[in-house]
Design a protein around this ligand. Structure first.
Ligand SMILES: Cc1ncc(COP(=O)(O)O)c(C=O)c1O
Length: 293
């Protein structure tokens, strides 16, 4: 697969208040965020030229920064407007948006009180590439060696760059053994989430999903819970232990990038992507305004 590097593309990136040519959106090597992970970000999807749940994502970016002890110097409305401007400037119809905010290079060391907060928003095309039939085959997940940390070990409610170190390690380990992704347990051994998506199970005709008390309560997760309830499905948020997965018939992931992705295997547990997953995939596609395949 030939990859076009992300620093060598055409287009424009919103950087600290203005649109700059793509290749000029740079930071210095002594940026605090690069050394100490003082960085938060978002992942958003553009459908038909419009960002799905834009206000929620912009607010979560601000909240993530506050959890890391910094205030992004743009309001939610300003971030929304900047996002819309960059999507328009790049002519993105179906794509992805990556806002990121970080501590700059004004101070180097663990203490970073004097750093300025910077922000950038980039967007690129990301057309859906799986047909519903291919997606229905379901993906395979390895159970990760790393656990999601406890809320008193890391700022687990922030979409903070530092929290993704164990996600990349877990995903690489899974890919090395032919899996698509990894399922992470939490520090108690309870089922938590995948490396970039939340997880749901169908058991006894009900939807079960872990309580998000030490990982991201995804915007897609909440959307899918609403869609399920509208269908009259009971949704149970609770602690789920891995050995309970023998009782699950269906499993799927939810996330801005993953949308609703059926899962057919998690370690020793097997599932059959089925009716409930299919209905929720279709309902999610309709909710985001995707034209039906
Ligand atoms: C670790 C992790 N969990 C869950 C999610 C799902 O969140 P959302 O549905 O808001 O994209 C994501 C994606 O952003 C993620 O990176």
């Amino acid at each position: 697969m030939s990859l076009v590097p992300f620093d060598d593309r055409d287009g424009q990136i919103w950087h600290d208040g203005r649109l700059v040519p793509w290749r000029e959106a740079k930071i210095h090597v002594l940026t605090h965020a690069l050394h100490y992970a003082s960085c938060v970000f978002e992942g958003e999807r553009v459908y038909n030229g419009k960002v799905f749940k834009l206000a929620e994502h912009s607010q979560r970016l601000i909240d993530s920064g506050r959890i890391l002890g910094f205030e992004i110097p743009w309001s939610r409305a300003e971030i929304d407007a900047a996002t819309e401007a960059v999507v328009k400037a790049n002519g993105i119809v179906d794509g992805y948006v990556r806002p990121v905010a970080w501590r700059g290079a004004e101070q180097m060391g663990v203490s970073a009180q004097q750093t300025k907060i910077h922000m950038a928003i980039a967007t690129w095309e990301w057309p859906a590439y799986f047909s519903p039939e291919a997606r229905m085959r379901g993906i395979r997940l390895q159970i990760a060696k790393y656990a999601r940390p406890a809320p008193n070990t890391a700022p687990t409610k922030s979409k903070a760059a530092g929290l993704y170190m164990i996600c990349t390690l877990s995903k690489h380990a899974a890919e090395a053994e032919g899996y698509e992704d990894a399922l992470m347990l939490d520090w108690r051994g309870q089922v938590a989430e995948a490396t970039g998506a939340n997880v749901f199970f169908v058991m006894d005709g009900k939807l079960h999903t872990p309580t998000p008390d030490c990982f991201l309560d995804g915007i897609t997760r909440r959307t899918v819970i609403d869609l399920a309830r509208k269908r009259g499905l009971e949704v149970v948020e609770r602690a789920i232990m891995p050995d309970e997965l023998t009782k699950a018939n269906e499993a799927f992931l939810t996330g801005t990038a993953a949308e609703v992705t059926p899962v057919r295997e998690i370690g020793p547990y097997h599932f059959q992507p089925g009716q409930i997953t299919r209905v929720l995939m279709d309902d999610y596609d309709a909710a985001v305004g995707k034209t039906k395949a």
